[in-house]
Design a protein around this ligand. Structure first.
Ligand SMILES: *Cc1c(COP(=O)(O)O)cnc(C)c1O
Length: 369
């Protein structure tokens, strides 16, 4: 009788909350579509794909457009079916079974997931109450535990905090372990190492089109690393990992600087509005803490996180419950931000029997729907 491998026993499919909800603030997606002009150009690019042929295995045009947009050389760039796929390639191509990987928790859940599939040993270093990354402690842990690879997101999902470029440099140069810096949200901050990534012998930097660039549906991500590591990633990936339609459609968006300027500014403005609203709740002591956000989402601490999550859910507002009294809320459209802030305020004010200063009009109106 066939028995699947032991390591597969606890596997469960990734199950995001699906279905129709009024306000979706759970997946850190952009709330903006590409411009109508670009969507037409994307449709036309897709229509002109040679459907009977395999795509370019190296996605050379796509990598060149990405490199051009970020001001780097394309020889250091590898394209993936989302940066998620590149994370999995890193695990199976650059690590041996049983080698130790360090994660800094809380962080992106996929790091531990791919570690278990690749049968590497995942060691997690818990961040303190302030959720900051202590570079010296990370370096000490790498040495003590004989870590082969450390992987973390910067800015961090879910904490929304950023580690300054100089601290990241200190980490990379302070160890011989491979350092994987996932810059999925770096379009929202200015501390990227993308321009110097190829200068390090032990760095793989990850970027994605899924967040600021608003192309989550296409599944396009990139690794930036020196020539040796790039060669390995390109050799280890499956040959046609990025389909031709996604390559061509993403190129339209990467060729237009608007998304990294105007669109990203709009998303940052929305984030600031969300953070300001949540800070009002913090100053009224309704919630405990709003972390400083370098991303397009807010990370908050509140005693009543489970109840608040459920209350929002019951009212058609989806956010991410991180556990341990933390919620992660993606910045949305102005009305969406207002609504989530008002809903949290309304629930907590009622529970504590205090007056609510938030404008509840929107929320009250929509509740009747
Ligand atoms: C969203 C996210 C990604 C996912 O990127 P894809 O390119 O869509 O696979 C990677 N890393 C982090 C930290 C993310 O939050």
């Amino acid at each position: 009788m066939y028995l699947p491998a032991e390591k597969t026993k606890k596997l469960i499919p990734y199950q995001p909350i699906q279905g129709e909800y009024r306000v979706r603030l759970d997946a850190n997606e952009s709330f903006l579509l590409p411009t109508e002009e670009d969507r037409i150009a994307m449709a036309s690019a897709a229509a002109n794909v040679a459907f009977n042929r395999y795509p370019d295995p190296m996605a050379a045009g796509l990598c060149a457009d990405f490199a051009e947009l970020y001001g780097i050389s394309p020889e250091y760039v590898t394209a993936g079916n989302g940066s998620d796929e590149i994370i999995s390639i890193i695990y199976y191509a650059l690590l041996e079974k049983g080698e130790k990987v360090l994660t800094l928790t809380p962080d992106f859940s996929m790091y531990a997931f791919y570690s278990s599939i690749a049968e590497t040993e995942c060691i997690s270093l818990s961040k303190g109450e302030d959720m900051a990354v202590d570079v010296d402690l990370v370096l000490d842990t790498i040495k003590k535990e004989k870590i082969r690879m450390v992987i973390f997101s910067n800015p961090c999902n879910p904490t929304s905090l950023g580690l300054a470029a100089d601290d990241v440099r200190r980490l990379i140069t302070g160890t011989d372990a491979l350092v994987v810096v996932d810059e999925a949200y770096m379009d929202f901050w200015d501390q990227s190492l993308i321009k110097e990534a190829h200068e390090y012998q032990n760095l793989v930097l990850l970027r994605t089109c899924s967040k600021a660039l608003g192309l989550a549906a296409l599944r396009v991500g990139f690794a930036v690393a020196n020539k040796t590591l790039t060669r390995i990633l390109k050799a280890a990936k499956s040959p046609y990992n990025v389909n031709a339609v996604s390559q061509e459609m993403a190129r339209v968006v990467l060729k237009n600087p608007l998304y990294r300027t105007v669109y990203t500014e709009i998303l940052i403005t929305s984030r600031n509005m969300l953070i300001d609203g949540l800070r009002r709740l913090e100053s009224q002591r309704l919630i405990e803490k709003v972390y400083e956000s370098r991303t397009n989402f807010a990370f908050i601490k509140l005693q009543d996180s489970e109840e608040v999550f459920k209350f929002l859910f019951d009212n058609g507002i989806i956010v991410r419950n991180i556990g341990k009294n933390h919620l992660r809320i993606t910045a949305g459209r102005e009305e969406e931000n207002k609504e989530v802030i008002s809903a949290i305020a309304a629930y907590l004010c009622k529970k504590r029997g205090v007056d609510c200063y938030e404008d509840r009009c929107l929320f009250a109106k929509n509740q009747g729907n």
